[in-house]
Design a protein around this ligand. Sequence first.
Ligand SMILES: *Cc1c(COP(=O)(O)O)cnc(C)c1O
Length: 236
Amino acid sequence: MIAENVENICERIRNTCAKVGRNPNDVLFVAVSKTFSSDKVAQAVRSGVYDIGENFVQELTKKRNQLNDPRIRWHFVGHLQTNKMKYIAKFIHLIHSVENLRVAEEINKRAIAEGRTIDVLIEVNTSGEATKYGIEPAKTLEFVKSASQFPNVRVKGLMTIGPFLPNPEQSRPAFRLLRELKEKILSEGIEHVEMQHLSMGMTNDFEVAVEEGSTIVRLGTAIFGPRTKRTNPVTL
Ligand SMILES: *Cc1c(COP(=O)(O)O)cnc(C)c1O
């Protein structure tokens, strides 16, 4: 089932890229496995998916220990608490969700302790929903400038979560806004800031996101099926 879903997702990404003249190799698909077992993640890996995303540090480290597979690149896509950073600093591949300077500072500190640079994306609240985390669009440039001062944190781009609306077309303005922000930040030429990534698009709206320039889509339901458990690690 997971293998078929992976095949189907890749085909949809290829078709969407063909439609807008993009190279499908420029779109990375991260399987977001929150609430699903390590066994399901192992199935995804067997289908060729090595980029795995989680929302909770505890759930991520548990699955990483169970799977013990060095091929997996672990992505953190949830709300990061400073006191949890130490558990993932050694190995995390990309943190998608930096949205305050205290967290950026902690990432920098832990990265220095591990003798590495940690790649991050800045989360932007493009839909203006009060329930969402993320930097206000108008404050993003200033935030990226501030975050770029931490030598062992490398800003690689922006991330957003589209509005949870039934029609994927309703996500387009949010994705377009993120792309425009990326272009604006790029034009500033900030030192240590690369901006090659736009992490946007989930199961419901990833094709629209790819049309708007997404380089990383984060898919849970499309690969693993519907989630039945609450997305809270203490209930796992
Ligand atoms: C759960 C989650 C996803 C995947 O959601 P689906 O709609 O199941 O594809 C992507 N990004 C983040 C930040 C998530 O929390």
